[in-house]
Write a protein that binds this ligand. Sequence first.
Ligand code: RVP
Length: 498
Amino acid sequence: PADPFGFLGLTYDDVLLLPGYSDLAPSDIDTTSRLTREISLKIPLLSAAMDTVTESAMAIAMARQGGLGVLHRNLSIEDQAQQVDLVKRTQTGIITNPVTIGPDATLEELDTLAGQFRISGFPVVDLENKLIGMVTNRDLRFTPVAEWATTKVDEVMTPQPLITGPSTISRDDATLLLRKHKLERLPLIDPDGRITGLITVKDFVKSEQFPDSSKDGQGRLMVGAAIGYFGDSWQRATALIEAGVDVLVADTAHGNVRMLIDMVRRLKTDPATKDVQVIGGNVATRQGAQAFVDAGADAVKVGVGPGSICTTRVVTGVGVPQITAVYEASLACKPAGVPVIADGGLKHSGEIGKALVAGADSVMLGSLFAGCEETPGDLVLVNGKQFKTYRGMGSMGAMSSRGKKSYSKDRYFQAEVTSDDKIVPEGIEGQVAYKGPLSTVAHQLIGGLHQTMFYTGARTVPELQANGRFIRITSASLKESHPHDVQMTVESPNYSGF
Ligand code: RVP
């Protein structure tokens, strides 16, 4: 090329959005956006597939808010599939595939099952799956723990005749039955008496509380899960699909590699897998995005090096500033109707709108979510302040055998490195301030996006994307943007000072 240094790359702090004429009431604003070719979300936020960010509790919380959690893959295939299962069985009304127990199971087994699935009541079924009773945690209470190993479920369960509903029951009819008989749970059965579903009062109430939640065609919460291309990745993909995953995220730190692109193509052509939505990533150039579009990806994830815990750019010297990367990828994706996900590097809510205007349709967040109550890991107390650990998936901690086996080293091309002292990390381990439940964190982030839309006069995300305009700024302007020349005395819920 004539200019060996190419063009200038820009990132979030290099730009601002221009204000635009606005004639909107807050209720006019709609943040719905496309996640993949076939899925839209009410809020365009994803929680990162990282072992300090997204396991089932976070995925459930994300889907309830209207976003999506992507389960990390630094765990065995069985464990990751079980997490998908946990999300799919959670709430929003009818549990279509309830966990059941046999009459000959012991109370000890019942207790273990209750702990494993975090549920307290089970339909008791015979070998033909016919409902013969209901058993709940309450039934355990009247048997001394010492006798749990020898007492059978059918000795303590409430046997038939039970109040049941037909498989096809409507929400209103179910509510009437629950109310009339003061039931906690209503089992649903087919004409042969086989269990087909379960309704719990708790879930019914919750599904009313979360009107924006991301649901599949059967009313279950949606969930994503990460896979790679190395080793047993295909088995992982099929096990996740079997468990009901809605979105597979096939990604590595550098997604522009033949085997990963082939994986996406295979997933989208094999009859066993082609119906699941597949996101390919991560790329940071137009050509990288085009390769996934050509392979049939349902969305393309963008980000090489912007992550808060990421050292890829300093370790390898490779990366593209995120605003430019998103824009470049969108040049390949937009004409094909393939949504773009901006992954990593967001520090404040204002960057969500910037990412959308640059060409993204949703954003993936790590550090902004890592402090939530629902993320894995305990609270750490430092000098009287509460923190949660947050580490890169390319950090020593996530890739070494320290603690437990690492299943995701291949994300950083280190699958074959067996000895810890040979690992070349591309991430760090750290901590972020504890922020409380995701609902309050998401409220601030989406509240910020609402304001972006108000300031720019955009009613919808497509309007924001079409009409949003950037202005490039200098480091003096960035200084002006942040609080300056005062000593901050009180932290805001959406601004911490760094
Ligand atoms: P951030 O939101 O800035 O904390 O970035 C999160 C993103 O960083 C993840 O979604 C992932 O793409 C990337 N990541 C995760 N681990 C590492 C690493 O160790 N380098 N990077």
